[in-house]
Design a binder for this molecule. Structure first.
Ligand code: MN
Length: 244
């Protein structure tokens, strides 16, 4: 796949058209686009060389973003920069890490546990404080709907009620990290992998991550009649902050 690069012409086309052409058409259009090495490996090579030369300017940031796009995971970038630090020099690695933390800052990494992270939970984002992710595990047209829900540290959903005329409610199967479950008027309950929470219909509650940990649970909408969710106010930040 040929890379379309215009940075050279955009930034230097008027000042140095030859350099711009070499940058866009030869370096990116031919060398980067060559099939002999994967884009991921080319990104790792480029990041490594730039760090070892102490070049951690905006072009380094571009190459970090490129590396992320080309499949270098957050954990891999941490390994790469740690390894390179011994050869490139400690201060260069420090500077590189500062840029990497920013570029990879919103990367959920390998969180989500054995049932997977899934996609950003955009449909329900307005009922959450912080970012959450949803991985559907079953097709609701075929059977009971199960989904793995992952909360970033500090993320929790609003107070809410699972209503039902009969049966209903929700069951949480905790799968990864550390989190909290709280019913209105009661103390919060700390949750760990393997914990099971049964939330009867009609009970006002919230669930989410601890402040310093990712958290995942499988959510099961218990079968019932006339089931409906009612979303209420966000969990008070001060109250949440007291949970340890
Ligand atoms: Mn719930």
């Amino acid at each position: 796949m040929k890379i379309q690069q215009t940075a050279g012409r955009d930034q230097l086309g008027g000042f140095a058209p030859k350099f711009a052409q070499l940058n866009d058409d030869v370096l990116f259009g031919e060398v980067w686009s060559g099939g002999g090495l994967s884009l991921k490996m080319r990104s790792i090579l480029t990041v490594t060389v730039l760090v070892s030369k102490g070049m951690v300017d905006s072009s380094f940031r571009f190459h970090l973003q490129n590396a992320r796009k080309n499949g270098v995971a957050k954990a891999e970038m941490a390994e790469i920069l740690t390894h390179v630090a011994f050869y490139a020099g400690w201060p260069n690695a420090w500077a590189a890490f500062r840029a990497a933390v920013e570029v990879y800052g919103d990367d959920p990494g390998t969180n989500g546990g054995m049932f997977g992270l899934g996609r950003p939970n955009e449909a329900f984002a307005r009922y959450f404080t912080g970012n959450s992710y949803l991985n559907p595990l079953t097709n609701p047209e075929e059977t009971v709907f199960l989904a793995n829900v992952t909360f970033e540290p500090g993320c929790r959903n609003n107070w809410h009620i699972h209503h039902a005329a009969k049966g209903g409610g929700q069951i949480l199967l905790c799968t990864d990290g550390r989190g909290w479950y709280q019913e209105w008027g009661k103390d919060a309950r700390e949750l760990h992998p393997g914990d099971v929470v049964y939330i009867p219909a009609g009970v006002k509650h919230w669930h989410g991550a601890a402040g310093d940990s990712w958290f995942s649970h499988i959510a099961l909408e218990a079968p019932g009649e006339e089931c409906a969710n009612e979303w209420l106010e966000p969990v008070d930040g001060e109250q949440y902050g007291k949970l340890r």
